[in-house]
Design a binder for this molecule. Structure first.
Ligand code: CP
Ligand code: NVA
Length: 307
């Protein structure tokens, strides 16, 4: 079993399914008022170089519910690369706490922290990947249908969320149609990994530049922002590039039975219309809720085996 949760591609299909099953169980238990104290006495450090609502709150609430504790560290307090190198931060934290959840633009930074630290590192979003998000998304899909029997469509930017969705579907043998401009397909490194995993799992991954072809007859239509955190200066150019990929009532006519997904925060009126986001087919707040349950399962898996 891997030490860290940097990418879903580091984990086997069985391991991912096991975590999703535990997430379902933890969700049911919480609804009945039961909070198993499986991480009693454990501490998680949370480090954020980007803003966050969902990731920050669900990791901290998750640790509390499991009987543990979370400490928030801001980059200006730690000064990775200015006050001291990432490797020394990793060595120090490894002596005190049981895990580190980090959100930073640089995926290489998380890989370095993971290499040096003896504690688990959890990826709370990098420019490359957002693995905790897709675990919550798979949990959400599985509450509505058998993931192995559905067509999932993702339209918009081939960004961190798209990359992780692609990897998750490839590992788990699912069907995914990606609709992105040719210039904004998922990262080459991720596509290669995905192809390799899909060859083993039997996943059916299709890419098209045509948003209508991507969503036609799909069961789930997923989108994310056109300008991710750190790309704010490109927002105007991106609005032009991605305009045909907006998830609106017209596009959804081609997927009349589809449920609509978004990881949030949404740029309303850009990648998705208010009408769709607030409409009856939207399951975006189920996704947000499931961040809590999915991450509790991830935290248990990584942190409870220690000591
Ligand atoms: N979806 C997501 O990661 O939300 P936050 O940026 O608010 O954490
Ligand atoms: N792609 C988005 C996801 C936010 C949760 C970003 O990186 O900003």
């Amino acid at each position: 079993m891997p030490k860290d949760f940097l990418s879903v591609a580091d984990w086997s299909a069985d391991e991912l399914r096991g975590m999703l099953a535990r997430a379902r169980e933890l969700k049911d238990l919480l609804k009945r008022g039961e909070r198993p104290q499986t991480l009693e006495g454990r501490t998680l450090v949370m480090y954020f170089e980007h803003p966050s609502l969902r990731t920050r709150v669900t990791f901290e609430a998750g640790m509390t519910q499991l009987g543990g504790h979370a400490i928030l560290l801001r980059p200006e307090e730690v000064g990775i690369g200015t006050r001291e190198p990432a490797s020394d931060v990793a060595r120090n934290l490894s002596r005190w706490v049981d895990g580190l959840m980090a959100r930073a633009p640089s995926h290489a930074l998380l890989e370095e922290l993971a290499r040096v630290a003896t504690i688990p590192i959890v990826n709370g979003l990098t420019d490359l990947l957002h693995p905790c998000q897709v675990m919550a998304d798979l949990l959400t899909i599985s509450e509505r249908a058998d993931p192995e029997r559905v067509e999932i469509a993702y339209v918009g930017d081939g960004n961190n969320v798209a990359n992780s969705l692609l990897l998750a579907c490839s590992v788990l043998g699912l069907r995914l149609r990606l609709g992105t401009p040719a210039s904004h397909r998922p990262a080459v490194r991720v596509r290669r990994q995905a192809e390799e995993r899909a060859a083993r799992s039997g996943a059916r991954i299709l890419w098209t530049e045509d948003p209508v072809e991507a969503v036609r007859g799909a069961d789930f239509v997923y989108t994310d922002v056109w300008a991710s955190m750190g790309q704010e200066t490109e927002a105007q150019t991106r609005r032009k590039i991605f305009r045909p990929y907006q998830v609106n009532a017209r596009l959804l006519q081609h997927a009349p039975d589809a449920l609509v997904m978004h990881d949030l925060p949404a740029h309303r009126g850009e990648e998705i219309t208010d009408e769709v986001l607030d409409g009856p087919r939207s399951i975006v707040f189920d996704q947000a809720e499931n961040r809590l349950h999915a991450q509790k399962a991830i935290l248990e898996r990584l942190l409870s085996r220690r000591r």
